[in-house]
Design a protein around this ligand. Structure first.
Ligand SMILES: [Fe+2]
Ligand SMILES: [Fe+2]
Length: 278
């Protein structure tokens, strides 16, 4: 019998992103300075180095070299650096997935490309906080990593069946496990007490029409997911390009010209960004 979703997520829920909480707490303190925030990141030297590498990557595309965290905070802002720290913490937590299940490099390639795509789509629309979209794209399939890690036998069965039948991953997961990777990811983010917006985008990325308060954001993630599958950048276990609900296209109206520009942006940024994250 499949593991219950709470048991599956349990151990991961018990290992929250502490450094991120510390940064958030400082962000809420009106007296906190850039130096205070930088001091928190510096308690983890490997994280400091990684964040600086990302800030200097094609993901941001700055001309000048950013060589201190205080400089980074000045240039990208406190909110963004904090979100970036969360992305970096999460990627470092998920290591050691059995190689035969998923190639982690292609998994993160898919996720990072989706983050870049989501940000790019949001930039071309109005009424969405562009920089908040990156994390949603980056973490949308995180539940799959938990399933691979905690239920490798079931995961193997699911991946094999998808490969043979061409069915969507989330549908087969639901049938075999009783839940899917979108629900698993959202549960983890909720347990970690991260923003509702983030959990909702993740939870409904395969059924965006079911989203509530963050329908627009969720549709952006769904569109980004399909776009990077069409572009064949990375892979997170889907046997083919996931189907796109026509309502998603209505919610994310982009011209062919905009799509082409977006594709160029993704291609130009993705390799360098993946390298800097790892
Ligand atoms: Fe997914
Ligand atoms: Fe995906």
């Amino acid at each position: 019998m499949a593991m219950k979703i709470n048991d599956l997520v349990g151990a991961w829920a018990a290992s929250p992103p502490i450094l991120y909480y510390q940064l958030r707490e400082k962000l809420d303190d009106p007296n906190a300075s850039f130096d205070d925030l930088a001091a928190i990141v510096k308690t983890d030297p490997a994280m400091s180095a990684r964040l600086l590498k990302i800030v200097n990557s094609a993901f941001y595309g700055f001309d000048e070299k950013v060589d201190t965290l205080t400089h980074a905070l000045n240039i990208i802002g406190t909110e963004q650096l904090t979100d970036l720290a969360l992305a970096a913490i999460v990627t470092s937590k998920f290591q050691g997935i059995p190689r035969d299940l998923i190639n982690m490099e292609t998994f993160w390639m898919h996720s990072i490309a989706c983050g870049i795509a989501a940000r790019g789509i949001a930039k071309r629309m109005s009424g969405v906080e562009t920089e908040k979209m990156y994390l949603g794209g980056m973490l949308h399939d995180i539940g799959s990593l938990i399933i691979f890690k905690e239920s490798p036998e079931d995961a193997r069965k699911i991946l094999l069946r998808c490969k043979e039948s061409g069915e969507n991953l989330f549908k087969v997961e639901k049938e075999i496990l009783g839940y899917d990777h979108a629900e698993v990811g959202a549960l983890l983010l909720t347990e970690w007490k991260l923003a509702d917006r983030l959990a909702e985008m993740v939870k409904y990325h395969h059924q965006p029409a079911n989203a509530g308060d963050y329908l627009k954001e969720t549709c952006i993630i769904a569109r980004a997911d399909v776009l990077v599958y069409e572009m064949k950048i990375g892979n997170s276990g889907e046997p083919g390009v996931p189907e796109l609900d026509p309502r998603v296209l209505e919610m994310t109206p982009l011209s062919d010209e905009e799509i082409n520009g977006l594709k160029e942006e993704i291609t130009a940024q993705v390799d360098d960004t993946v390298r800097m994250f790892f």
